[in-house]
Structure formats: C-alpha cells, structure tokens
Design a protein around this ligand. Sequence first.
Ligand code: S3P
Ligand code: PEP
Length: 417
Amino acid sequence: MQRPLPHASAPVRGEVIVPGSKSETNRALVLAALATGPSRLDGVLESRDSALMIDALRALGVSVETDGTRARVAPPVRFAGAKDIDCGLAGTVMRFAPPVAMLADGPSGFVGDPHASERPMKPLLDGLRQLGAIVTGDRLPFRISPPAQYGATVAIDASESSQFISGLLLIGARLPEGLTLRHTGDVLPSRPHIDMTAAMLRDRGVSVAEPDARTWRVAHGPIAAKDATIEPDLTNASVFLAAAALTGGEVSVVGWPRRSLQPGALFLDVVESMGARVTRSAGKVTVHGAGRLQGIDVDLGAASELTPVVAALGALAEGTTTISGVAHIRGHETDRLAALVTELRRVGVDASETEDGLRITGGGDLRPAVLHAYADHRMVHFAALLALRIRGIGIDDIACVSKTMPRFPSDWAGLIG
Ligand SMILES: O=C(O)C1=C[C@@H](OP(=O)(O)O)[C@@H](O)[C@H](O)C1
Ligand SMILES: C=C(OP(=O)(O)O)C(=O)O
C-alpha cells in the first residue's frame, strides 16, 4: 500500500502514548507459558509480532486469552508438538519459540515469511542440537524433534543476534540440570536485551549467574507465575521524539518508565548529543528540538534497533554522522545497512556502509522520492522522519508497521497534523 508521508509545515508539538514493548511482551508471554501457574499480563502489545507469539504458544498447547492489551496465560501440563508454527518475520518468535518446542512431547515445524529464511538461525539451532534435539535445517523452515535426554551446556557464537542467547536462557530453568551457556564470538550485540531476559527470569524466582561477560548459568527450578505490566516500547517512542528534534518542536511520551532495561531508552542520550534538549517530569519525557542538529559518532551496538531513526536524524543534521557497532543489522528484517544507504542516496544524501555501520553526511541536494520499506517497520519510521523535512516523500508499503505498531499511520498523522 503506497502512501505519501506528511511534511511538517510547522514545528511538531504534542504528546503521545506508545503501545507496549515488543521485547517485553514476547518475553512475558513465553515466561508465563513456562511458569508454574497462570499469569495475567497488562499493557500487552497488540501487533503482528505479539500475535505470532501468542499463536505459536497456543499451537504448543498454552492457553492464552486476550482482551485488548490484557492477556491471561495458562501453561499446559506438557507442551504439545505442533506443525508449521508461523514466525512471520519476527526475530523474537523464530528465536524464542523453538527452545519451548524442544520441551514438547513430539516434533514441531517452523515456517516464516519469505525474507525470514535469510535471517540467521544456525547458532540457536546448534544450541538446541547441543542440548540433544534433532533439528533439520539451519534456517527457516526447520523441524525440531525433542531430545531423549536433555544436555545442560551450550557454546554458540551469538555475534549475529543476542536473541540466540535470550531464547536459550528463557528455557534454561526447565532443563533437568539447568543450563550453562557460553558465547564464543568476538562481539555480542544488544546486551541490554540479554540483561532484560536475565532480569525477567530473576523476577520470576530463577537463579541466573553471570560468572563472566560471556557466560550465563541458569539453575534448574520453577519459573514462578507473575502478573506483570508491560512498559511502553521505547524504541517505537523514539520515532515520535525524533520528530520534535528534527523540526524544532516539542514532543512528550507519556508513561516513560523511571528506569528501564529497554535499549530504546538510550535514544535520549543520542538525541541530546545531537543538540536537542530532554526533560523529564511526572512520568513523561519531552524532547525539545533546537531547530538544528549536529552529526555525531555513535556506537549503537547496545541499541541497534535505533539505527534507522538515528540515520534519519543524521541525514538532516549538520556534518557527518557515523554509526558503528551494528554489523549484525544486515540480518534484521532486511539488510538494514544496505537498505538505509540505498534509500538515503535515493533522496540525495551522501551515505555509505562501513564494516560495522554507516557514514552519513547531512544535507545535500535533497529530492522527493517514494522510498522502499523492504517489509521493515523501521524503514517506514525512517521514511516518515525524512518526509518531515523533505517535501514529496512517500513509502511503497506502509502496512508493514503492523509488525510492532499497527496504529503508527494514524498516530503519526495525529501528531504531525
Ligand atoms: O531480544 C529482543 O527482544 C531483541 C533483541 C535485538 O535483537 P538483535 O540482537 O538480533 O539485534 C533487537 O534488535 C530486537 O529488535 C529485539
Ligand atoms: C530487529 C528487530 O526485530 P526482531 O525482533 O524481528 O529481530 C526490530 O524490531 O528492530
């Protein structure tokens, strides 16, 4: 569905409420499915990625009743093997549901969107093999047969995705002897997401030790049921805050947690270092744009989901912006480094890939264009930000925002006016 995107004829001002965190929602659902009894969740994200997770868990025998942003999850006595579990393009589903399927009473099959088979899976599937599972294939689609006897130690290279570590940690306590998991690679992206997994396990009574920066020990034991409220998604919030920074406006996000493990919270530091002002009061965060932004050098290895938004800011800032630490986003919803460079050049911005990121020179002779989304929700956010300052920007597929924020088009139009 091709769409023109709104241009900002005046500084953007307003207040937004963003839906629940994808990362926290899908972890809370899995942990509730693995728990000793039923859990109630509030603030649950309603989106394609969370719907896929709910369907995957239901297929494995979990009862999930939803009512808007509320969910009641009741674990089964024993997980059932399931055919053709659809992962869509959701990293959290393709990396978190297979370990649960390894605990089932029979084999399970996993499928996904066409591009999903380009996303890295092998280290996770090797991890399941090291635990005794029989797995056919190294990418989607694949099939898992649960082990006759479960192992307890895994060594994998998670430099392509932190989700390999998170997926295995989530089930560690349910393995008969717990889990010792070691990362063997040189870099480890998205550390805050792994910390979020460990924190949510600990909140449910699980012992997770971290003897060094690349090893986790999860003790065997019960995962307590826990009623929980999901935080707003701070990465999705960054798009709205960035609108203020780009137009010299003022945008607040309501319900910003006082403390959060979401890497999206790091956006506040990034936008501040580009020249915007950030204030906090009574549960909300406000970005005050100064009208001009400065290019920066920033390592987004901890928060690589922010790359498309920061790339848009860099394209419209003065000077050069260098984003590093994000080589692994070549394996995200699309090859995000290639996609961002192609789309920046399409509108006349000088941009190139580095070994682990992007170099963008702000400004240039900017021109209108219909940008490509590559089925990637964050490429739509990127295009929406460019459109604020470049007249005549459209997007070839707006519907893919349903991955994590189906109401983005109306919320965005409401904010921009
Ligand atoms: O565990 C999670 O919820 C996520 C981890 C990160 O994955 P990578 O480590 O693959 O970047 C992040 O980019 C993704 O959007 C969500
Ligand atoms: C990388 C992302 O998603 P996924 O959970 O599918 O990996 C993302 O949302 O930016």
